[in-house]
Design a protein around this ligand. Sequence first.
Ligand SMILES: Cc1cc2nc3c(=O)[nH]c(=O)nc-3n(C[C@H](O)[C@H](O)[C@H](O)COP(=O)(O)OP(=O)(O)OC[C@H]3O[C@@H](n4cnc5c(N)ncnc54)[C@H](O)[C@@H]3O)c2cc1C
Ligand code: SF4
Length: 465
Amino acid sequence: MALKKRVPMLEQSPEERIKNFSEVALGYTEELALLEANRCLQCPTHPCISGCPVEINIPAFIKAICEKDYKKGIEILKDTNNLPAICGRVCPQEKQCEAQCVLGKVKGNDSVAIGRLERFLADLDLSLEISKHRSDTENTGKVAVIGAGPAGLTVAADLARMGYEVTIFEAFHRAGGVLIYGIPEFRLPKDIVEKEVNYVISLGVKIEYNQVIGRTIPFRKIRQDFDAVFIGIGAGAPRFMGIPGSNLNNIYSASEFLTRVNLLKANEFPKYDTPVRIANRVVVIGAGNVSMDAARTARRLGAEEVLVIYRRSEAEMPARLEEYHHALQEGIIFHWLTQPVEYIGDINNNVKAMKCIKMKLGVPDESGRRRPIPIDGSEFIVETSLVIEAIGQKANSVLRTGFPGLKLNKWGYIEADPETGATNLEGVFAGGDIVTGAATVIEAMGAGKRAARAIDSYIRSLKRA
Ligand SMILES: Cc1cc2nc3c(=O)[nH]c(=O)nc-3n(C[C@H](O)[C@H](O)[C@H](O)COP(=O)(O)OP(=O)(O)OC[C@H]3O[C@@H](n4cnc5c(N)ncnc54)[C@H](O)[C@@H]3O)c2cc1C
Ligand code: SF4
């Protein structure tokens, strides 16, 4: 009889992992993967597929695992997903495919662990290099992709597989976007990202690093030199609360804090040139994935006490449940319904404390979540010498100055057709966080897939004209 509960994944113990940056979740062995795969009911209506933004044929790859035909399973995965080892680790499956799983709707049963099974196959592929690098060279045309995050990598890989000549221009010296500079090693090892980027390169995609389009190369030149352009530059500019005292020392944005550690290896200072400040008590503001990553990174850097402060309650927390549980296991302390209102500095202008106020929840706001309302007279002081603000990112201002003629909305994001990614400029498409605002890896990849289809139609129409 099939198991009711999902097969647990092996992981490092909390006591061990707070002392290192190695991956926390260790994946399924073949034996565990087979046990889990056999829980799938192979539903003819397969609702799980509708929960996946890139429409992976989930029952088919799970069936292939059950039959131990791993090569077939990998081919099914890679038909629609060029970055499965990444998605198997960081996708919010519990809100997507697994939320639709029929098994999970039966009382007392867990949904099938689709993400873990995806990771099992993808890791097997990376270690054995099973998947073939394919390119049907039937199309001709040159496409420029700006930004090597999940959106850009997906457009590039799909178009290369259709036979287009694709060049990615990336501002940093490494490809992957947030996967490289934002998400920490203990959740997504950088060698996994590198291997999947290499897979994209093996399809024929070229990457030009250290090129900030709109600065080092004018956008006008890119438009002239290519038949079509895809903009996938993400939304990496930090946002701050802007409360009094924000200019004190030792108040980081989560983007800066995480980039210093992930991309610039500040955790290995002085071996690497980038330092990062760490304190005995660190306060992280916000309760999304970025906040969990910052809090858990601070803990690994040696902070004895890490507090997460969030203005709503646990129920409204946007972080993935698994990451929240990992944070709790690692001793992170959560203060719900609390809002910082002022930073307090010492004589050297270093932050030494923050004034906070307690909140209660009112009626739902435009995000659908209950609006937090301050409780008069409930102010209190939290002492800290390092604060990390993780309250969201915004669009980079390079768009306003470096991409003339491109239509942006009032928040500075690109206006693009949600189905095709087409912008107001002919032959220019866009997708990922720079269109939607901060979202997820798989949503950025979904936008990349839709744009690749639209770019293919556009270039074909140019040839017919
Ligand atoms: C810390 C953190 C943790 C997260 N955790 C998760 C998670 O667990 N699960 C999940 O699904 N999502 C997570 N997200 C969100 C997810 O990473 C993003 O939604 C996704 O990366 C967006 O992809 P993108 O391709 O649109 O942009 P990005 O990943 O931001 O990539 C954009 C790329 O464009 C480059 N670029 C920018 N400007 C230029 C320019 N002018 N010229 C050339 N290149 C340029 C950047 O250097 C970058 O490489 C997290 C985000 C953060 C910050
Ligand atoms: S809904 Fe769940 S049980 Fe049904 S096919 Fe999809 S993964 Fe299998």
